[in-house]
Design a protein around this ligand. Structure first.
Ligand SMILES: [Cu+2]
Length: 346
């Protein structure tokens, strides 16, 4: 009974509100606030257009000022400069065009706002105008695309010139393993079917291939500065992506095939730690860590996974150390070869 009464009251209240709204609407019909825009409304909308223009310029400047510090520091690879230049020129063109067209769009929306007795000027076509606004984007885009293709083919050219070190990057859920080709600089054959965890053959190297005997398997990537590296990527399970942001390098790791990427590191870890952008980033990060009672952090290059490959994807990383040739040779001399690290067959 109470429920029925409540429902009836609610329905009656709803009807009352509806009726009141109708009365309100009717009373408004003959006043200034009709639903058809008058000159005053149009003028206000024109000013609002201007306000919106100021807002988007403001938020652009604010974002640059506040968030530029999260951008990557100077590229630490030979091809990285070329890559960054292409990106910054593209950015500059986009911002220039955006700056001009937004201003024009909002200014004209204000200038040609509705006004009693004013009629819009209209013409069906203008060959010269159409030619100009077609040819300019065609030239700019063709230039960018050609430059992009040239940069792409330069960066993606993996070859054996300049005596590169050959290193395999092996991806699996959720960690990385690196394999150096050893003194012969040739990687031994490998296949996931040959993985033998009991004998510590974690990458499935083929024991019958002599090229694999001197291979060196490690959990931390060391690179000598100034020496070209040819990376060969493999994946054990799902799609991963080897991402080395400081070197402007990324390549998918695909189960069943070997993908490649090549670059020359140009800045050692020690040198990069002195880079003003890195010093600033470390300072900011450590201030936050101190608040949370965590240990201070020191900058290191890093290899990340850039494909959402599963629940621990976010933490799939490996430290990269770029060092001098002597430091690299010392480190390498301490590592065990595949043959020496294998447990004997039973
Ligand atoms: Cu992954």
């Amino acid at each position: 009974m109470t429920a029925l009464l409540t429902l009836t009251v609610l329905v009656l209240v709803a009807i009352a509100i509806w009726q009141m709204t109708k009365i309100f609407e009717l009373s408004q019909l003959r006043t200034e606030h009709a639903e058809i825009a008058n000159d005053n409304d149009n003028k206000n909308n024109g000013y609002l257009m201007f306000a919106f223009l100021v807002f988007i310029y403001g938020i652009t400047i604010f974002s640059f000022a506040k968030y530029s510090k999260v951008l990557l520091p100077e590229a630490a690879s030979a091809h990285g400069g070329e890559y960054d230049q292409l990106m910054w020129v593209s950015f500059a063109i986009i911002f220039f065009v955006q700056f001009i067209t937004q201003a024009l769009l909002h200014y004209f929306a204000y200038k040609y706002r509705g006004e009693k007795g004013k009629k819009a000027l209209f013409f069906a076509d203008n060959d010269r105008l159409e030619f100009i606004w077609t040819i300019i984007p065609v030239i700019v885009l063709a230039g960018l695309i050609l430059w992009g293709l040239y940069t792409w083919s330069n960066i993606m050219d993996v070859n054996d010139e300049d005596d590169p070190i050959v290193i395999e990057l092996y991806a699996q859920q959720f960690n990385w393993t690196a394999r150096y080709a050893g003194s012969d600089n040739v990687l031994g054959d490998a296949n996931v079917r040959l993985i033998d965890i009991d004998r510590a053959n974690v990458l499935g190297l083929d024991e019958s291939d002599p090229n694999g005997e001197d291979d060196v398997i490690v959990k931390e990537l060391h690179l000598p500065v100034g020496r070209k590296v040819n990376f060969k990527m493999r994946s054990q399970d799902v799609l991963h992506s080897a991402y080395m942001p400081h070197f402007r390098a990324q390549m998918n790791c695909v189960p069943g095939m070997i993908t490649q990427f090549s670059f020359t590191p140009t800045i050692t870890t020690e040198e990069m730690r002195l880079n003003p952008d890195i010093v600033d980033k470390v300072k900011r990060t450590n201030a936050i860590r101190a608040e949370n009672g965590a240990e201070p952090w020191e900058f290191d290059y890093v290899l990340l996974c850039n494909k959402i490959c599963g629940k621990s994807h976010y933490n799939m990383q490996m430290r990269i150390v770029v060092e001098t040739e002597e430091e690299f040779n010392t480190w390498m001399a301490e590592q065990k070869t595949f043959k020496a690290s294998m447990a004997p067959a039973e």
